[in-house]
Design a protein around this ligand. Structure first.
Ligand code: CTP
Length: 403
């Protein structure tokens, strides 16, 4: 990876002692690193150590005339390609969420336009406190990214979530944040979540899709600079930063929404779990038991929904279209048949019989199934990692002109 400028912002938690190791890891990856610390951080790590490993003056005072002469806090905010906040205490997280700027670190964080990656570190109860969790949601909504915290023994004697991630893991997360905006100027259309097919005014036929995979894909496309439209079925997830969201319920609504956005799109990823069937008619009133004889059974007649993926593939032109395949057995063969039937450029297949991957969880183990017959098996990865791998492949496909 090319050398980039990383500002490491360090706040006053015990994990600050790992900051010099993080600086070394980032520098070993070829980056230029500067450090800024809060006044409290200086109690846990020496600025001399940070200066030695970074090869740069360490900044901590907002109003130090000597330091300001070198590069002021706005200059520092503008200098960075990425700001990594590690460790980030509950206090700093709260200040960031509310826009406080009462020291150098918070002033830089308020002034910067660079992406920000946060590695929280705190006591487990501080982490799970509703105030901290609300602050996290606020920051996530603004596009701030998080790595960790990990679970384990904490410096305060408690066990649980709150340990700062290891420097190696933070450096890997930083590398992901520094991905170039290769999708600038492209419109990416993503569908996510399950559809719900109405039975009556309160009931529907749906499935267990959480939407996490499709949301991670939308978020990754936005990070790579695309204009992203996310057509979301049934899900409780927050809209990723920088993404335009259209909510739908049924497969027919999803089809309409997809066709409304399809013309402008150059890349389409259909991660939604579309219900294949819908009740033949939906009552607009609640169906009452008293309408039936005592103990009587009820038959729900279903009709097939249109296959949205197959329809858009028939109008593909020079778009890249990716489908998903959720399979419980014979995964590769079933995905290959699906790819041939629907005519897309790539199928991302997952084995839904695995408990550790796929539906509802944060990880996924997928196979990329190509029209050439090639099958790539990816290891178990966070869904964000699967999304990154997917766009790396889409990029190559578009560069080669094969889609
Ligand atoms: N899909 C779609 N419209 C449908 C059904 C599926 O666009 N009515 C898309 C999904 O978004 C996914 C792909 O087709 O990208 C495969 O979905 P999946 O449910 O795995 O397969 P089905 O086509 O429904 O086939 P089957 O249920 O037989 O596995």
């Amino acid at each position: 990876m090319e050398s980039r400028r990383i500002l490491l912002a360090i706040s006053g938690g015990i994990a600050a002692y790992k900051a010099p190791e993080l600086v070394r890891t980032l520098r070993r990856a070829g980056h230029e690193v500067r450090c800024a610390m809060t006044p409290e951080a200086a109690r846990f790590v020496s600025s001399l150590a940070l200066q030695a490993v970074s090869g740069e003056t360490v900044r901590s005072d907002l109003f130090d005339a000597g330091e300001e002469g070198e590069i002021d806090h706005i200059g520092l905010a503008d200098w960075a390609d990425l700001i990594v906040v590690a460790p980030c205490t509950a206090n700093l997280l709260a200040k960031m969420a509310h826009g406080l700027a009462d020291d150098l670190v918070t002033a830089v964080l308020l002034a910067t336009k660079a992406p920000v990656l946060v590695a929280p570190a705190m006591n487990v109860n501080m982490w799970s406190h509703p105030a901290t969790q609300t602050n996290l949601e606020i920051l996530r909504g603004r596009g701030i990214r998080f790595v960790g915290p990990d679970s384990g023994e904490l410096a305060c004697g408690w066990e649980g979530l709150g340990r700062m991630s290891d420097p190696g893991v933070i450096a890997e997360a930083a590398a992901i944040e520094l991905v170039p905006e290769t999708l600038a100027g492209q419109v990416v259309l993503v569908t996510a979540g399950g559809t719900a097919e109405p039975i009556d005014a309160v009931r529907s036929v749906t499935n267990r899709s959480s939407g996490k995979m499709g949301f991670a894909i939308a978020s990754e496309a936005a990070r790579r600079g695309a204009d992203v439209v996310l057509i979301a079925g049934v899900t409780s997830l927050e809209t990723p930063h920088g993404v335009r969201r259209v909510d739908v319920q049924s497969a027919l609504e999803m089809r309409d929404a997809v066709f409304a956005e399809f013309e402008a799109a150059s890349i389409v990823v259909k991660a939604a779990a579309v219900a294949d069937f819908r009740p033949i008619e939906a009552s607009d009133r609640k169906i009452k038991k008293e309408q039936l004889d005592e103990g009587a059974s009820m038959t729900l007649e279903l009709v097939q929904n249109p296959d949205i993926l197959q329809e858009i593939c028939s109008r593909k032109e020079n778009r890249t279209i990716v489908g998903f395949a959720a399979e419980s057995h014979d995964v590769v063969a079933a995905a290959q048949r699906k790819l041939a039937r629907k005519g897309c450029d790539l199928i991302v297949a997952n084995d839904i019989s695995r408990a550790d991957a796929g539906f509802e969880v944060d990880e996924n183990a997928v196979l990329f199934v190509w029209p050439s017959g090639e099958v790539e098996e990816l290891p178990l990865l966070p869904k964000t990692g699967v999304a990154a791998q997917l766009f790396d492949r889409i990029g190559k496909l578009r560069d080669s002109g094969d889609s």
